[in-house]
Design a binder for this molecule. Structure first.
Ligand code: HEC
Ligand code: HEC
Length: 258
């Protein structure tokens, strides 16, 4: 399948949850059967789906920053473990083309073929994301005084804030932050520092991709978040356990507390 088509679907899907402020539980759709493709039309359409074993070898050079198993130890580098194949492949393609700007990643993506990107994506998707710890310290002052940091994030994650036009994160990223393969990235367990950095950049208008590859969803989502809310959301997400079908609020809440 061509990425442009995937993104078209993503864009169409993306509109609904933003409108529906009360999107309760979203369960991950099973990944579609890989369609047999005979020719490489563009760099973004590899002939086959990723091969995790081949990807493990190709990802050896990435371990220095992202960790051997994709669980980066240093919070300045995002965890890749448990992230979806298509999402990783797309980001690598965007780094390579400069549509997502990062000097370090430009260098590492530059030599990768479209098939390398899928293989590497399949490798990380097969790894298990290790959860972090949510910040349960109490906020001293301001509009959320007396509430714990992660509680502020949890409320927005689950319900958003209709009055301010902020959608519930779980409408797209799922109640347990596992995302949906092909459309919404997994966030569960991600380092809060990285998540906060991206949310701030989205709020400032960051859009990854250009033309029909542009994905402007998050710029709209983050537009009205305060700094404190961004910290709280990032902290809550770090504490989430990456459970594919965690429809149970208990399991999710457990993740937030640990
Ligand atoms: C020297 C450190 C370093 C190395 C080595 C490195 N990366 Fe990265 N990577 C980064 C940084 C920093 C970011 C965050 C970029 C940003 O903020 O946009 C990143 C981001 C990413 C992302 C985006 C993650 C997301 O959640 O959106 C992917 C995918 C990725 N790297 C894959 C790779 C792969 C594959 C390799 C090896 C071929 C690799 N990286 C090697 C530092 C590194
Ligand atoms: C309408 C669907 C939708 C909603 C609602 C949504 N997101 Fe996203 N989010 C996306 C998509 C799509 C991407 C991938 C963006 C891209 O690839 O350009 C994304 C990406 C992200 C990323 C970057 C992930 C990475 O690995 O770099 C973070 C962090 C994030 N979202 C957090 C949130 C938070 C927090 C909320 C709630 C305030 C939220 N999102 C609500 C669709 C959504």
């Amino acid at each position: 399948m061509k990425f442009s088509r995937i993104l078209g679907v993503a864009a169409a899907l993306a509109v609904a949850p933003v409108m529906a402020q009360e999107a309760a539980t979203v369960s991950a759709a099973p990944e579609a059967e890989p369609a047999p493709v005979t020719a490489l039309e563009t760099d973004d359409s590899p002939a086959t789906w990723g091969d995790a074993a081949a990807g493990a070898a190709k990802a050896a050079v990435c371990a220095a920053c992202h960790g051997m198993d994709g669980n980066a130890a240093d919070p300045q580098y995002p965890k890749l473990a448990g992230q979806h194949e298509q999402y990783i492949a797309r980001q690598l393609a965007l780094f390579k083309s400069g549509e997502r700007q990062n000097a370090i990643m430009l260098g590492f993506a530059a030599t990768l073929s479209a098939q390398d990107m899928r293989d590497i994506g399949a490798h990380y998707a097969s790894q298990k994301a290790l959860p972090g710890v949510a910040d349960d310290s109490v906020i001293a002052d301001g509009p959320n005084a007396g509430r714990k940091f992660y509680e502020v994030g949890q409320a927005l994650w689950r319900s958003g804030d209709a009055d301010r036009g902020i959608p519930a994160c779980q409408a797209c990223h799922g109640p347990a932050g596992a995302g949906v393969p092909g459309t919404y990235p997994a966030i569960a367990g991600q380092h809060a520092a990285y998540t906060a950095l991206q949310l701030k950049a989205f709020r400032d208008g960051q859009v990854w991709g250009q033309g029909d590859r542009a994905n402007a969803v998050m710029a709209g989502v983050a537009a009205r978040l305060t700094d404190e809310e961004i910290q709280a959301l990032a902290s809550f997400a770090e504490g989430l356990h990456h459970i594919a079908d965690a429809a149970e609020a208990g399991a999710v809440a457990q993740g937030a507390k640990e």
